[in-house]
Design a protein around this ligand. Structure first.
Ligand code: GLA
Ligand code: GLA
Length: 658
């Protein structure tokens, strides 16, 4: 349990009071210094770490340990005035100024040197400090720069990828509109309104550039810090600015910042993001920031209701968070975030949500030992591909085809049915999954197709959603129809795709309903390819055409769904997928809006039961449970008030952990 603490903003004689109040809330980790560059290095080459030494030592006396942020998200004014070439340039050509944050260019060699130097100073100083748990690189990296240096590097990146400009012309099919290039230096730098091949390469370049920006600091910290100190960075809500699988290669731990910006907590929308972040490293993660009730950057910054901060915290733990940190500790007297939720007011005393955080802290302290060494396990994987997401976003064809929403449309019923879903990269190992679903795998390389085909041949159940297998890794159309390199295995293909502005009827083995937004007419090509759904009559071009194809391959199956199904029909379809793959829920028949999460490992099984609803519920657990870590013990019947949480250990009385 932790918080973001900014001691540099307050007099030193106040710190003891802060730490005592944290201690009283069971806070045992603070993140510090990620915006403190101007305090750490007030003038170029003049460092002042005395205040940070003191803050870390003082925190340790309260058993509070520290995550140190490298301060590169907010360079000091002396730096940007002396070296204006490091400033970020936006796509319209405007150069950023001091006074906000993230005003640097991610590709600037000079900025990287300066950021590495301050990171090295910190790592040399704190790399062996027993009270420093780990490091956060920068803060929420994301906005690219469109300066001249970046353009030069983009050209170099293209040259490394294609070797010859002829190869680039070939993959981007540049005979189109006389786009043919004679030299890499002629290639423009745009993030929209361009050749899809260029747009995808720009995104991949941005990803690689952010990954190397982060790695630049990771490397220097590793050179000085003890290996027990982890290195992470904090990521954002479904951020598509870069490929997070690529950036996490150099990091030890994934972390994200969860904000329920409008204060309306749609729990499945956050479940999926926890699962997404858990998939970056395929292990437990940290919630590096979350809101104490409300934020300050949404049109209406509604507060979460009483009990919901606790509901949010336990859901994160249920999905694999090993730490939850509140942003931020105390309202700053000035600066852009005066209105943001905090645990202490500007007067330095607790605001109402402090008591709720204190309760969560006490619960974490009680449950921590039991939870240690446990993680969620799932037999269902959803494949998430940044390339596919970007490719669809460049050319949605139907404005309503938001690839994240479409992903959620598959996730929700699978999560409700299986009560545990992994979200992983397309090339991740698949052998532990009974069911693998790719909601819209638009960009599909031959190697990825082979990886998926191999999974099916070994007995796996693979499901491809609409728009899958349309593009090659250069964002060019495959010269065969969808699903491109998987047409042979499926024994079928997409005859034509259609953007819908009116729903279309669909009927099949799992009932009748409607498709919205997108529908593809499918065509079986092999005699053993089975049609599982068809569009209704009077559906224009789709009239009575197949909407779902499945083919059995040994013990495995490959399925292609060509339509975005409305939620009711999608639920029935997902239920059949789970049944066919032999996947059971942890506890069947839960009341609506009650979530159950399981973490297991080290011989333990812990269940977290969360009432996301606004009315009281009773949950009957069919298995023996013993120790109640959170909530009251009512035998097998768990009573949950609105937004309430119970945490229990599975097992007979003697075997359960205390
Ligand atoms: C215009 C242009 C064509 C093509 C079509 C597409 O008519 O002249 O080159 O772009 O639009 O609808
Ligand atoms: C982000 C940033 C924090 C803070 C919060 C406010 O998560 O990382 O520094 O600005 O938003 O919600």
């Amino acid at each position: 349990m932790g918080t973001a603490w900014y001691p540099e903003q307050w007099p030193k004689d106040r710190w003891e009071k802060d730490l005592a109040l944290m201690d009283a809330a069971h806070i045992d980790v603070v993140r510090m210094a990620e915006f403190a560059w101007s305090t750490l290095e007030p003038r170029e080459g003049q460092f002042d770490f005395e205040w940070l030494d003191r803050a870390i030592a003082q925190a340790a006396r309260h058993h509070i340990r520290v995550v140190l942020g490298t301060p590169s998200a907010a360079p000091p004014a002396w730096l940007t005035s002396k070296y204006p070439d490091v400033l970020r340039v936006d796509e319209d050509g405007h150069t950023d100024e001091h006074g906000n944050r993230q005003q640097f260019s991610f590709s600037s060699p000079r900025y990287r040197t300066l950021a590495r130097e301050i990171a090295e100073k910190l790592a040399t100083h704190y790399g062996h400090n027993p009270n420093v748990l780990g490091w956060q690189i920068d803060n929420e990296v994301g906005p690219p720069s469109f300066d001249a240096e970046t353009k030069t590097q983009f050209h170099r990146w293209l040259q490394q990828k294609y070797h010859t400009v002829a190869e680039l012309n070939h993959h981007w099919a540049t005979a189109y509109w006389s786009q043919t290039y004679d030299d890499f230096a002629q290639v423009p730098m745009h993030s929209k309104n361009e050749n899809p091949g260029l747009l995808l390469d720009w995104k991949l370049f941005v990803s690689d550039t952010w990954a190397s920006y982060v790695e630049n600091q990771v490397k220097v910290i590793r050179g000085h810090a003890e290996p027990r100190q982890f290195i992470t960075t904090n990521t954002m809500h479904w951020n598509g600015g870069l490929d997070h699988y690529v950036m996490h290669r150099s990091l030890d731990l994934a972390a994200w910042d969860e904000y329920v910006a409008n204060g309306h907590y749609e729990w499945l929308d956050y479940a999926v993001q926890h699962d997404l972040v858990r998939g970056y490293k395929q292990r437990n993660f940290w919630l590096m920031e979350t809101q104490p009730a409300f934020v300050n950057w949404w049109p209406v910054n509604r507060s979460l209701d009483p009990g919901q901060v606790r509901e949010v915290a336990w859901q994160a733990v249920g999905h694999g968070a090993d730490a939850v940190l509140y942003w931020q500790w105390r309202s700053p007297l000035n600066g852009q975030e005066q209105y943001h939720g905090s645990l202490l007011g500007a007067d330095g005393t607790p605001v109402p949500v402090y008591a709720e955080v204190q309760k969560i802290g006490a619960e974490f302290a009680r449950a921590g030992d039991a939870l240690s060494g446990t993680t969620p396990h799932s037999r269902v994987a959803l494949l998430q591909s940044y390339e596919s997401r970007w490719a669809i976003d460049f050319q949605r064809h139907n404005k309503d085809f938001d690839p994240v929403e479409e992903f959620d449309a598959f996730y929700r019923p699978l999560e409700l049915g299986a009560q545990s879903v992994d979200v992983i990269a397309t090339d991740a190992p698949l052998e532990n999954y009974a069911l693998v679903v790719a909601p819209a795998l638009n960009v599909l390389s031959s190697a990825q197709a082979e990886h998926l085909a191999d999974y099916v041949r070994r007995g796996g159940h693979l499901v491809l959603g609409p728009r899958s297998g349309m593009k090659d890794p250069y964002n060019a159309l495959w010269p065969q129809r969808q699903p491109g390199p998987l047409v042979q295995l499926l024994g079928g293909r997409v005859e034509q795709f259609y953007a819908l502005d009116q729903p279309v009827a669909v009927t099949g083995e799992t009932g009748a309903g409607q498709a919205t937004t997108w529908a593809e007419a499918l065509e079986p090509l092999a005699p053993d390819t089975h049609v599982g759904m068809t569009y209704g009559a009077s559906a224009s071009w789709l009239d009575s055409k197949p909407a779902l194809l499945t083919r059995q391959i040994g013990k495995g199956t490959i399925t292609y769904l060509g339509a975005w199904l409305e939620p009711a029909l999608m639920s029935k379809f997902a239920a059949k997928l789970l049944t066919d793959a032999g996947i059971q829920p942890i506890v069947a028949g839960l009341p609506t809006d009650v979530e159950i999460c399981e973490r297991s490992g080290s011989g333990k099984r812990i269940l977290m039961i969360i009432n996301h609803g606004r009315s009281a519920q009773t949950v009957h657990l069919p298995m023996q449970t013993k120790a109640v870590l959170v909530g009251s013990d009512n035998g097998a019947n768990i009573q949950l008030a609105a937004h309430d949480v119970a945490v229990v250990v599975v097992g007979a009385a003697e075997s359960a952990i205390p």
